[in-house]
Design a protein around this ligand. Structure first.
Ligand code: GRF
Length: 189
């Protein structure tokens, strides 16, 4: 299974996917890593491994993912032979035409038990809401924000002395195990 990864930040989830491939628990190959953020550490991680990378040019828009940029992204992914697209901390909303290029073949990881707390910084939303548990979800991407069908999810308790940082860190430990498992499940389906 040839994977294409889209990320805007640190890329710890991509690293977890690479580690699972190295460990032999995920039969896949990351063939392309794309980012909308030229300073993103995910690009460095990929380059260190010799994985091809490229930038997604969003023409100066801060949060929008313009149609033209989505078309170009789809073309780069197709050109690289990508079969499954994994969003890993990618901060823009994917819509048509990228969705049409990879129907039911785009995954996202979200740091909450969807449908609870969609959107940005979901662990902070969970803390503010005072819930006793949150978690993380891997889901197929559709045209909504964090709304597609759930592939896997796992709960993480919110502890009385949790800060935003400590809670996010504990969620990420689970994310790093769950994302490779979900990719394996989708690839084998
Ligand atoms: C993760 O918490 C993920 O759930 C969210 O963004 C964060 C990305 O972290 N969508 P990283 O770049 O994989 O380290």
């Amino acid at each position: 299974m040839k994977l294409g990864i889209l990320g805007s930040g640190s890329g710890s989830n991509m690293q977890a996917i690479l580690d699972a491939i190295d460990a032999g628990s995920l039969d896949a190959e990351i063939v392309l890593v794309l980012s909308d953020n030229p300073g993103a550490y995910i690009l460095e991680r990929a380059a260190k491994r010799g994985i091809p990378t490229a930038l997604i040019d969003c023409h100066g828009f801060k949060t929008k993912f313009p149609d033209e940029a989505q078309t170009k992204t789809a073309a780069m992914l197709k050109e690289a032979g990508v079969e499954l697209v994994c969003l890993a901390g990618f901060l823009r909303l994917v819509k048509q035409p990228l969705l049409d290029a990879f129907p039911d073949r785009i995954l996202n990881i979200h740091p909450a038990l969807l449908p609870a707390f969609p959107g940005l910084e979901a662990w902070k939303q969970a803390l503010a809401a005072g819930v006793s548990e949150t978690g993380c979800t891997v889901h197929l991407v559709d045209a909504g924000m964090d709304t597609g069908p759930v592939v896997l999810q796992e709960a993480v308790p919110v502890l009385p002395d949790d800060t935003a940082e400590s809670l996010h860190a504990r969620i990420q430990v689970v994310e790093h195990r769950l994302y490779p498992e979900a990719i394996a499940a989708v690839a084998g389906a």
